[in-house]
Each structure stands twice: as C-alpha cells, then as structure tokens.
Design a protein around this ligand. Structure first.
Ligand SMILES: [Zn+2]
Ligand SMILES: [Zn+2]
Length: 408
C-alpha cells in the first residue's frame, strides 16, 4: 500500500491522540462552566460566505481556500475558519438575543505546511453573539486564558489591543499609509502589495514588523467610544485576575475585526508559530453577510499548536482495571467487565485468550491501576485482585470489586 495522507494533513493516532482527547474533554468542561452551548455548522459553505465574511482582502480568501464546484454547479469552500459560518447560521435561524456558541473541529487552508501550520488543522472556537458590552470581550478572553492554563500551555501570555472601529479606523489608516509610504524601502514584496489593500496587515508581517517599531498604533487614534470600550475591557480583566499585556502593534489577519483584538502566545515556544490562538470583536460581520447588525466577539485556539507547545510527553490512557481471563471463564469475564464499565469503571480485557502472564504484561503496558483474575475462585464468588502499583495481591468478594477499585 503506497497511499499517504495528503500533504499538510496528519493522522492523529495514539499515543499522541491521548493528549488531543484530554484537551478536548477539558475544553468541553470549561465551555460548559462559562455557559457556552454546542453549535455545529457544515464543514463547507457557499464560497461567498467566506469571500464576504472573512474578506476579499485577506490572504485566506486570496490564496488559501479549498474552493470547488459541486455536481449542481455551486461554488463551495471548505471552511478556512468558523466564525462566518456561525454568524450565517444565527442570521439564517432568525435568532435574536444572545448566543454563546462553542465548537471545535477541522479547518482547511492551502498553506505551505510546517510544524504548527497544517492544511487541515483543528480549532477550538467560541463566539459570543448579541452583545457590544466590554464584559463579553473580557469573558471570552478569560475563558481562553483559563482553558489554556488548565491545558498546561507553558509560558502563556495574553496580548490585547484595540484596533478601532468604522468610526475611527479610516483616520488611522491614512496616517499608517503615510508612514508606510515613507518606509517603502524596508518593506517586503507582500507588504508593498498590502500597503494599499490592507495596510494594517503590514504590522503583522514577520519580516517587516521588527523594522517598523516606530509605526503609529491604532490605540492612539481611537474615538471616544472605542477608548471607553478598551478601557473597560482592561479593567474587567484586572477584576477577573487575568494577566495581560497591552500590545499596541497587535493586529489580526482578518478584515472583520474591530475594537478588541487579542492573542494567546506561548512565549516558551521557540518556533515562529508561537501564537496558540487569538480573536477579537467583529460587530460588522453580520452586515457583511447581508444580515442585520449582530455584534459579536470570539476566539479560535489552534489545537495542533497547543499540542506542539506541550512537547513529547506521552500521556497514559487511564485504565482503572485490567481483567485477566483464565481458561473456561471467558463468558463470566466478558459479562463482569461489562458490569464494571456500566458502573463507571474504566475496564478492559484481552479477547485473544492469551496466557495469564501475557495478560499481566498487557495490564502493565496499559498503565492499569489494578488487575482482577477471573479464575477458579469465581465459582465461590471471589476474584484475585492485584494492586499493580504496590504489587499487593488479595482475594476479594465480587461485590467488593467496585469499592476496592475506587480505593486504588
Ligand atoms: Zn513584510
Ligand atoms: Zn472608534
């Protein structure tokens, strides 16, 4: 067999996938604690949803979309990000009020593959739709922070900025363009192109940014409403005990962001791709999609990158009990294992009828806390129970197994 996974995609298998599972289980817990509900949308959308939502001027739309025509002649695109889809779904459902959406899944961008930059990559996302309040921005930023800390991302730093809104940004862009024109000689080819189409993105260019440290910052050109909003976001974050760094030159790669922009950076990660996530406010997005105004704020965290920051620690696949099956007791063992599983114990057994010795080795390999031998004692209502950490072995009654396991 000579097939391989397509370039820039990954098979995520054990033991690495154990880290992924832990990260996702932890995520579901945090999303629920903050009151976010599950929202699922299609993996593909009409191409226009991203062309208009994500923005014609973005690199994503210009260069990175997986766009195809279906058999009905429709132009469809595999989602390069989740936000336009959720806003589209909210508008389509005729919903109003607040929607706090949480989801995770694959996104698709045609990029030059490298570590932490994949063509099929995975994001954890939230969208807080229906509120312009700074408290919504702060809650979203806090949730991402608490989760990433719980996920053990090393050296986590929260960077925030305000990039203005439709009111005040035009004046800032004029000043920025003028500044960039005066620095044409240090700009790379990409940035020269963006100078007219999307000048803010020049500040985001890894090559140019270090040479532009005296560039004007959007925070110095905010209107009163944006200034107030940004001040409130910061003061609520302090109230909530979320450490952050005000980062005046932080901008985001997508057109629809306004006011709050933020990133989560793993400062210990030496790679260029050390941002593990980011987000911002997008009050104009619903209108770009042809809908009524719906304010919103959200984030996307890169699961692939989070895993990268955690390094090569091999996580166990936690097992409470390994059931050792002896000759003639297979049926009993299968039934008893099923009972244990239904009572909430993580139990596994060998269906290959291997030797008792081989099964004990498997129990060790699987990192089980204990092993039970279903043997001759079974007919008297007993099993041999072995604590695999201490090696202590005893014979206990079947009714005691659950309590014995919980003490391991
Ligand atoms: Zn550049
Ligand atoms: Zn403003």
């Amino acid at each position: 067999m000579t097939f391989r996974a397509p370039k820039g995609t990954d098979d995520i298998l054990p033991p690495v996938s154990r880290t992924w599972r832990r990260l996702l289980l932890t995520w579901e817990d945090w999303a629920a604690r903050y009151g976010y509900e599950l929202v699922l949308t299609p993996l593909f959308e009409a191409t226009e949803v991203f062309a208009r939502g994500t923005g014609e001027g973005t690199e994503v739309v210009q260069k990175q979309m997986y766009t195809f025509e279906d058999k009905g002649g429709r132009s469809l695109t595999l989602r390069p990000e989740g936000t336009p889809s959720v806003v589209r779904a909210f508008l389509e459902a005729g919903a109003d009020g607040i929607l706090k959406a949480a989801y995770w899944g694959p996104m698709f961008r045609y990029e030059r593959p490298q570590a932490g930059r994949r063509r099929q990559f995975y994001q954890i996302d939230v969208e807080y739709l229906g509120s312009r309040e700074a408290a919504a921005d702060a809650e979203v930023i806090e949730l991402g922070y608490r989760y990433l800390i719980d996920a053990s991302v090393p050296g986590l730093s929260v960077q925030i900025n305000s990039i203005g809104d439709r009111e005040c940004r035009p004046a800032y862009l004029e000043v920025l363009k003028e500044y960039l024109e005066s620095r044409r000689d240090v700009l790379c080819d990409d940035s020269l192109l963006r100078l007219t189409t999307n000048p803010m993105r020049v500040l985001d260019c890894k090559i140019c940014a270090p040479k532009l440290s005296d560039a004007p910052s959007p925070v110095d050109y905010l209107c009163d409403a944006c200034t107030t909003h940004y001040g409130e976001v910061r003061s609520i974050l302090r109230e909530l005990g979320v450490p952050f760094e005000a980062t005046p030159r932080l901008v985001r790669g997508l057109d629809y962001y306004e006011r709050t922009a933020f990133e989560y950076v793993a400062t210990d990660l030496k790679a260029a791709q050390n941002a593990v996530g980011g987000g911002g406010r997008y009050d104009g997005l619903a209108e770009l999609l042809g809908g009524r105004p719906v304010p919103g704020v959200g984030f996307a965290l890169g699961l692939d990158r989070i895993v990268l920051t955690l390094g090569d620690v091999e996580e166990p696949n936690p097992l409470d009990l390994y059931i050792i099956v002896t000759a003639g007791r297979r049926r009993e063992a299968l039934r008893f294992t099923s009972e244990l599983r239904r009572s909430g114990i993580r139990a596994d057994l060998d269906v290959e009828s291997r030797s008792v010795k081989a099964q004990f080795r498997a129990a060790d390999r699987r990192g089980a806390a204990g092993a039970l031998v279903i043997g001759d004692e079974w007919s008297e209502g007993r099993v041999v129970a072995k604590d695999l950490a201490s090696g202590h072995q005893e014979i206990i009654r079947i009714e005691e197994v659950e309590a014995w396991t919980r003490r391991l």
